[in-house]
Design a protein around this ligand. Sequence first.
Ligand SMILES: [Zn+2]
Length: 120
Amino acid sequence: MNMLSSIWNYKCPRCRQGDLFVKPFNPKDPLNMHKECSNCKLNLHPEPGYYYGAMFISYIWTGFLCLSIVGFCMLVLGWGANSAMAMLIFIMAVMFFFVMRVSRVMYIHLDVKYDPSKKN
Ligand SMILES: [Zn+2]
């Protein structure tokens, strides 16, 4: 499994086998993560506030998505500003949990190197 499919499937950055988030998805607790990887025992909460850095990745994602969606609606489809904003609000509401989760997964992938030989 390469890094992109590991991020897309919310897998552990070290072994790329274990899940990061508790399944099934619960909308009341969308960021419910396991304490450690089920496969390699990587600690997924190394310190309090570890995932604050994921906010910056989320900010980049959100800015890029908003510009792309409004740009596509106004420049390609020729919509007015009000219609483009309504479409933006709808798409961002649908993608809200996805952006939060994928930002956390990208953040831990930046921090932890791929090393399938390690077992704690
Ligand atoms: Zn793992």
